[in-house]
Design a protein around this ligand. Structure first.
Ligand code: SF4
Ligand code: SF4
Length: 794
C-alpha cells in the first residue's frame, strides 16, 4: 500500500541541518477528499478483484493451445506435461500455459513501470517535484487509470511516486506467485495476469502523463503536427545520431543539447520505435526511421554514426551489428549494458576522444545530460571519417555477394514470412533486381534469420538493401505526432453515440510490427483495416509500431491516413495517441466514457466501471503482429476492463484465448442493474474476450462483431449489424453471416436495407426466437457490489 514519503538530500537552515533524509509515514488514502467519494477497491491487492475475474472467466473460458508441452522453469525438470501428466511440482499443462501468460504479463508491467520510474525520477531531477500534471484546458480527468485503480488524484510529479510505489510493490507480489510451489491453478494464474495487466495501464499512465507534463508534449491535440517517417526521410549528408528504444528521457537530452547549441542544421537525429515517436511529441526535428521492422535494416545501412540505445524492443545484437558498419554505440539504460565499459563518471572530452581516436566502439553512460553532449560530439567528429565505410555494397560487391549464392533455399525455409528469397536471388544473379528490392521494401520484416541460415554466408539483407537502394531513398511518409490523452470534451460529444451504438466502435490498434506477409506488403493489412474501419465511422486509435506502420501508404489523393482522416476522437477519427505508454489513454477513454458520459464515480470503483464498459462501450483491441511481453500485459489490462481483443496469427505462440460459448444460454444470463430481481438472457456480445484471426479479412470481421454490446439501442445495433453484414459479404463472399441469429433481438435491430431478407431467414431458423434476447441495464455484478459501487444507473 502507498505511503507518504519525504526525501531530502540536503537542507540547511538556521536551526536545522538535514542530509539524506528518507522518511516514510503512514498510508495515504484520504477517504474524505471531496473530489469524489471513495469506491470499494482502492489500491487493490492480488486478490481484491479476483471475484470480477472469475465472473469474466465464467463466461469467457480460458482455452489453451500449448506451443510446448514441457516445463523447464526449475531444476526438478525438465517435466513432460503431455497427455495429462503432472510436473514434479504438480502443475498440469494448462496451468503451465496460464502461468506463462501470467509470467509474460509480469515482464510487460515491469518494463513499463520501470520505464515510468525512470521518467518520473528524471523529470523530478530536472524540473522539481511540483510540476503540475496539467493535461490542458480540455482534460480534467487527467489520470483515469490511476483514479480508477488507486482512488487517488495525482496533481504533481511527486504524487506519481506514490502510485509507482504501489505498483512496484504489487509487481513483487506477482512475481513471487510465479515461483515453484506457489500458485498452482490456471484460473488464478489468469486472474493474476489480468491484475498485472491492470497495473500495467497504471504504470503506463504514470509514464505518459509525467512526460507530457515535464516536456510539454501535446495534451490531447487532434491537430498535432505531421512529421516525416521512413528510411528515406533521413538526411544522410549530416552526422547522424540514431536513438533506439522506448524511453525518451536520454533522447530529450540530445535534443536539448542540439537546441541549446544551435546545431539542428548541422546534425540529423533520427530514431526507431517509441523513443522517436515520443521525441517528435517534444520537437519535430527528429525523423522517424520506422518501427521494429526497420531496425536491423537501418542499422546495417551504416547511416548512423552513433546509435544511442535506451530500453525495450532493442535488438540484442545492436552493438555487434553496429560494430560491423563502424557505428558507435552509447548504451544509456542500466537495463541494456551490452558488456560495455561504464564511462558515466568520466569527463566528456575523454570519452569523445576514446570513441573517435582510440577505437572505443561502445560505452555505457547513464548520466543522460552527458549522453546528449557525447553523442553529438562523437557523431560530428567521426562522420567525415566514416565516409569510406560502405555499409551498402557497391555494384561490384553486390555481384560478389550474388555469386556466392548456391541457390539451396535454406533462406526460404528460415524466413518467418516464407518469402521466396532463393527465387529473388536467382533472378538477381541474372541481373534482375526487382524481386529482391520488392522483398526488402514490402515483405521483409528485418529479422535477419535468412543471413544466419545461409550455409555460404551470403549477405542476403545487404544484397536486398542494395537492390532497393533507390526505393529506400524515396521511403518518406507522414505520421501525426502522438496527441496524448482523449479530451473530456470529446468524451462528452461521443459518449452517447458510442454507448448507444451510433458510433459503431472504438478500435485500438496496438502491437509489434513483425506481421505475417501479405500480397501487397506486410504492413498493408493494418492500413487497410484502419482505413476501412475509419471510413465506416469507427474511431481508430493507434500507438507505437502500429501508429508508424499505417503511415506507409497514400490514398488516391496522395494523402497519408493521418491526412485523410481527422485526428479527433470522433467518428472517422484516426488518432496516433503516442508511444506504447500512451496505450493508457485508450483504456483511459473507455473509463472516461463511464465516468464523464454516464456520470459513474470512478474513484477506486474498478468492478462497476469495467462492468459498464463490458456491457455498453463498443470497443475492441487489435494486435496484428506478434506481441512482445509488454503487449501481453497491455492486452490483459484491456481484457480485465471488459474490452475484447483480436490477435493476429503470430501471437498464437502464446496459445491462450478467452472464449464465450454462444450455444450455452446459461452463460449469457444477466441481471437488470435497475431491478436485480429481473433476469434475462443477452445476445452473446461481446462473444469472446480474446480470440485469434488468421487473415486480415477475419481480423476486420471479428473486430466489428466484437464491438456489439448487449445494451445497444436498436438504431445502434442496426449500424453495427450493417457493418458486420457488409464486411462479411465483402470478404467472405456470402450474403449474410451464419450467426446473425444471435445478434437480432427484434426486427428493429435489422438494418432497413436487409430487414425483409434477414427476417425471412430468421423466421425459418429454429435457433432464432423473437424476444429471446433482451433486457436493459445488463450487469455481471451482484447486489452487494452494486451497493458498494459509486455508479448511477443510467
Ligand atoms: S541460403 Fe544462401 S546460398 Fe542458399 S539460396 Fe539462400 S542465399 Fe543462396
Ligand atoms: S530478414 Fe527478411 S527475408 Fe530474411 S528471414 Fe527475415 S523476414 Fe525473411
Amino acid at each position: 500500500m502507498p505511503k507518504d514519503r519525504l526525501k531530502i538530500e540536503k537542507l540547511e537552515s538556521e536551526n536545522l541541518s538535514i542530509e539524506n533524509l528518507d522518511l516514510t509515514v503512514g498510508e495515504t488514502i484520504d477517504e474524505t477528499a471531496d473530489w469524489e467519494p471513495l469506491g470499494p477497491t482502492p489500491y487493490p491487492g492480488l486478490t481484491d478483484l479476483r471475484d470480477w475475474d472469475l465472473k469474466l472467466m465464467e463466461r469467457y473460458k480460458p482455452q489453451y493451445y500449448p506451443a510446448c508441452s514441457q516445463c523447464c522453469f526449475c531444476g526438478f525438470g525438465v517435466c513432460d506435461l503431455s497427455d495429462g501428466k503432472e510436473g514434479a511440482c504438480g502443475l498440469r499443462l494448462h496451468d503451465q500455459v496460464a502461468r506463462k501468460n501470467f509470467m509474460r504479463a509480469t515482464w510487460g508491467v515491469s518494463a513499463h513501470t520501470a520505464h515510468a520510474r525512470d521518467v518520473v525520477d528524471d523529470a523530478i531531477e530536472k524540473f522539481g517535484p511540483n510540476v503540475s500534471l496539467n493535461m490542458g484546458d480540455y482534460v480534467d480527468v487527467e489520470a483515469p487509470n490511476i483514479r480508477l485503480v488507486c482512488g487517488m488524484k495525482p496533481e504533481t510529479l511527486a504524487d506519481l511516486r506514490t502510485v509507482l510505489e504501489y505498483v512496484e510493490e504489487e509487481i513483487v507480489q506477482e512475481v513471487d506467485a510465479l515461483h515453484t510451489g506457489q500458485e498452482g491453478e490456471y484460473i488464478d494464474f489468469e486472474s493474476k495476469a489480468l491484475n498485472a495487466g491492470m497495473l500495467d495501464h497504471v504504470g503506463m499512465e504514470v509514464a505518459d502523463i509525467a512526460q507530457i507534463a515535464a516536456y510539454d508534449m501535446p495534451k490531447g491535440d487532434p491537430d498535432a503536427p505531421l512529421v516525416e517517417t521512413g528510411m528515406g526521410s533521413v538526411d544522410k549528408g549530416k552526422p547522424n545520431i540514431l536513438v533506439y528504444g522506448h524511453n525518451v528521457v536520454g533522447a530529450e537530452d540530445i535534443m536539448r543539447y542540439a537546441e541549446e547549441n544551435g546545431l539542428w542544421d548541422e546534425i540529423e537525429v533520427s530514431g526507431l520505435c517509441c523513443t522517436v515517436l515520443d521525441m517528435t511529441r517534444i520537437d519535430q526535428h527528429p525523423k522517424i526511421v520506422g518501427s521494429l521492422a526497420s531496425a536491423l535494416k537501418f542499422i546495417r545501412s551504416g547511416v548512423a554514426d552513433v546509435i544511442v540505445t535506451d530500453e525495450q524492443c532493442v535488438r540484442a545484437d545492436t552493438y555487434r551489428e553496429a560494430k560491423e558498419v563502424g557505428s558507435k554505440v552509447i548504451a544509456t539504460s542500466t537495463k541494456i549494458c551490452y558488456g560495455l565499459p561504464d564511462r558515466t563518471d568520466d569527463p566528456v572530452d575523454e570519452i569523445v576522444e576514446d570513441m573517435v581516436e582510440n577505437g572505443q566502439d561502445g560505452v555505457l553512460i547513464t548520466d543522460l545530460e552527458k549522453v546528449g553532449e557525447v553523442s553529438v560530439k562523437v557523431a560530428q567528429e567521426i562522420s567525415d571519417k566514416r565516409e569510406n565505410v560502405r555499409a551498402i555494397p557497391s555494384q561490384d560487391e553486390l555481384k560478389e555477394i550474388l555469386e556466392k549464392c548456391i541457390v539451396c533455399g535454406s533462406c526460404d525455409r528460415s524466413c518467418p514470412n516464407d518469402l521466396p528469397i532463393k527465387e529473388a536471388m536467382e533472378e538477381a544473379k541474372e541481373g534482375n533486381l526487382e524481386k529482391l528490392a520488392d522483398l526488402f521494401m514490402n515483405h521483409c520484416i528485418g529479422c535477419g534469420r535468412c543471413d544466419e541460415a545461409c550455409p555460404n554466408d551470403v549477405e542476403i539483407m545487404r544484397a536486398m538493401e542494395k537492390a532497393a537502394e533507390k526505393d529506400v531513398k524515396e521511403e518518406n511518409f507522414k505520421v501525426r505526432v502522438g496527441r496524448g490523452p482523449v479530451r473530456d470534451t470529446e468524451i462528452r460529444d461521443v459518449g452517447a453515440p458510442i454507448v448507444q451504438g451510433e458510433i459503431p466502435g472504438v478500435v485500438a490498434m496496438v502491437g509489434c510490427s513483425n506481421y505475417p506477409d501479405a500480397e501487397e506488403s506486410f504492413r498493408e493489412p493494418l492500413y487497410r483495416a484502419a482505413r476501412e474501419l475509419a471510413k465506416r465511422n469507427y474511431i481508430v486509435t493507434l500507438t507505437g509500431c502500429h501508429a508508424i506502420d499505417v503511415a506507409y501508404f497514400e490514398n488516391e489523393d496522395g494523402e497519408s491516413i493521418y491526412e485523410e482522416f481527422s485526428g479527433a476522437f470522433k467518428a472517422r477519427g484516426v488518432l496516433n495517441c503516442g508511444s506504447c505508454v500512451s496505450n493508457s489513454h485508450i483504456t483511459g477513454a473507455a473509463i472516461k466514457i463511464a465516468n464523464i458520459f454516464a456520470r459513474m464515480g470512478l474513484r477506486g470503483n474498478y468492478k462497476e466501471i469495467s462492468d459498464y464498459i463490458l456491457n455498453r462501450v463498443g470497443a475492441v483491441g487489435i494486435s496484428w503482429g506478434a506481441m512482445s511481453q509488454k503487449a501481453v500485459s497491455i492486452a490483459n489490462g484491456v481484457q480485465r476492463l471488459g474490452i475484447p481483443v483480436v490477435l493476429g496469427p503470430r501471437s498464437s505462440l502464446y496459445g491462450r484465448a478467452l472464449m464465450g460459448d454462444r450455444d450455452k444460454p446459461e452463460l449469457w444470463k444477466t441481471k437488470n442493474k435497475r431491478n436485480l430481481d429481473e433476469e434475462f438472457t443477452i445476445a452473446p456480445a461481446p462473444e469472446h474476450l480474446v480470440q485469434y484471426a488468421e487473415s486480415p479479412e477475419e481480423l476486420m470481421v471479428k473486430s466489428v462483431k466484437l464491438c456489439i454490446r448487449p445494451a445497444d439501442t436498436e438504431a445502434g445495433r442496426q449500424i453495427k449489424l450493417s457493418n458486420y453484414i457488409d464486411l462479411y459479404n465483402k470478404y467472405f463472399n456470402e450474403k449474410y453471416p451464419p450467426d446473425l441469429y444471435m445478434f437480432v433481438r427484434r426486427e428493429q435491430d435489422v438494418p432497413m436495407k436487409h430487414r425483409k431478407d434477414v427476417m425471412e431467414m430468421l423466421e425459418e431458423d429454429d435457433r432464432w426466437e423473437k424476444g429471446k434476447y433482451g433486457g436493459s441495464q445488463p450487469t455481471l455484478l451482484d447486489e452487494k457490489e452494486i451497493e458498494e459501487g459509486l455508479g448511477k444507473v443510467q
